[in-house]
Ligand binder design. Structure first.
Ligand code: SAH
Length: 345
């Protein structure tokens, strides 16, 4: 299959066009069209027709189709289900916050990590997304919604650090001055805790926010709900987080889904405090979203508030995530999952 043109950075595109005998200024023209979300080379109206044809013959230009678009009546959150060029589907969510519009993108079709509470992993990993396909999620969400996007979170379907090099390439593309120019400080990356990749990311010293899905402070509980913990345990993971902080100076954000009777006790809060000691952190409590296939249930409100207070009393910043789009299955993987199930039946 032809190479995906949108996954190329400007230097690579320059080299490719040079090889085709094109003048040097063409690359920036093409790059700029690509990053404005054109659906075909014919939309590149300031290119000679012959060149448009050569590009169409030599490259694949990805542009996902909207399969479903659901808008929350409660808060304006929009959830997209996109069909990719090979028929696979992924989800993207657009959320409106006071600090700007944030898009939550997927990095893989499905997920190999097997977390017990997560809908995205039920069918396993189908394939990884390309850098261009991740960029498409941002471009076409902006285009379809008419809302300018200022922030990106890699918290959709998939494990970004399982697709590490491609995610780094996506970051380069979306950050580039000739493209969307979204600053690293406006980007968050969420991981279930692939330690060697966290250390590699630390070395790159990118100024993005690292979010770590911790969900339990002890190995016994964490290994039960997150198989990744059997490979890299809590101490090793938090060790990598410390290195990450030392190298980048960026405070780490810890995601903690509150699961009834599993990880929501005062003892769990106290152990969490002990483990986070000396590490500048922000804990984000997420009321567990119900996933039909899972027996795990959300903690009740009082339990969540009690947990939060225990952390805050010891000076650890702790927020409870606002549930956006709860009327439209806006938690990861649920829309794709429903679509698959309807397809199966
Ligand atoms: N693979 C990455 C990013 C995708 S999931 C990661 O693990 O961080 C984004 C966040 O949603 C993670 O913190 C994940 O653990 C959490 N999550 C998944 N299913 C959930 C559910 N049913 N309820 C609440 N949070 C969930």
């Amino acid at each position: 299959m032809n190479q995906e043109i949108k996954s190329l950075n400007l230097t690579e595109l320059q080299a490719a066009l040079k090889q085709m005998g094109q003048p040097a200024f063409r690359a920036k023209q093409v790059y700029s069209w690509l990053h404005r979300g054109v659906r075909s080379f014919d939309e590149m109206t300031d290119l000679p027709k012959a060149l448009r044809q050569t590009l169409a013959d030599g490259f694949l230009l990805t542009a996902p189709q909207v399969v479903r678009r659901q808008k929350s009546a409660l808060d304006g959150t929009i959830k997209y289900l996109w069909r990719l060029h090979d028929g696979n589907c992924v989800e993207t969510v657009l959320m409106r916050y006071h600090h700007g519009n944030t898009v939550c993108i997927s990095s893989e079709v499905g997920c190999p990590m097997g977390c017990a509470f997560c809908a995205s992993t039920i069918g396993g990993l189908v394939r990884k997304l390309s850098a261009g396909e991740m960029l498409d999620e941002v471009l076409f969400t902006e285009q379809d919604s008419g809302q300018e996007i200022s922030n990106i979170v890699l918290m959709g379907i998939g494990e970004p650090l399982d697709n590490y090099e491609t995610v780094c390439r996506f970051l380069e593309l979306v950050n580039s001055g000739e493209g969307m120019n979204i600053g690293m400080r406006h980007i968050s990356l969420s991981t279930c805790g692939i330690v060697p990749r966290i250390l590699e990311l630390a070395e790159s010293r990118l100024q993005l926010t690292l979010s770590v899905s911790l969900h339990a402070p002890d190995d016994e509980t964490r290994s039960k709900i997150m198989p990744v913990n059997r490979r890299w345990q809590v101490e090793e993971l938090l060790g990598a987080c410390r290195v990450y902080y030392e190298k980048t100076g960026r405070r780490i954000s810890f995601e903690y889904a509150m699961i009834r009777g599993v990880n929501d006790s005062p003892e769990a809060a106290r152990l969490l405090l002990k483990r986070l000691r000396g590490l500048p952190a922000h804990v984000n409590l997420i009321p567990l979203n119900n996933v039909e296939e899972s027996p795990l249930k959300p903690s009740d409100r009082t339990t969540v508030l009690r947990f939060q207070k225990l952390l805050e009393d010891q000076g650890v910043a702790c927020t409870i995530r606002r549930t956006l789009g709860s009327d439209i299955d806006a938690s990861c993987g649920q829309l794709r999952r429903k679509y698959q199930k309807n397809d199966e039946s």
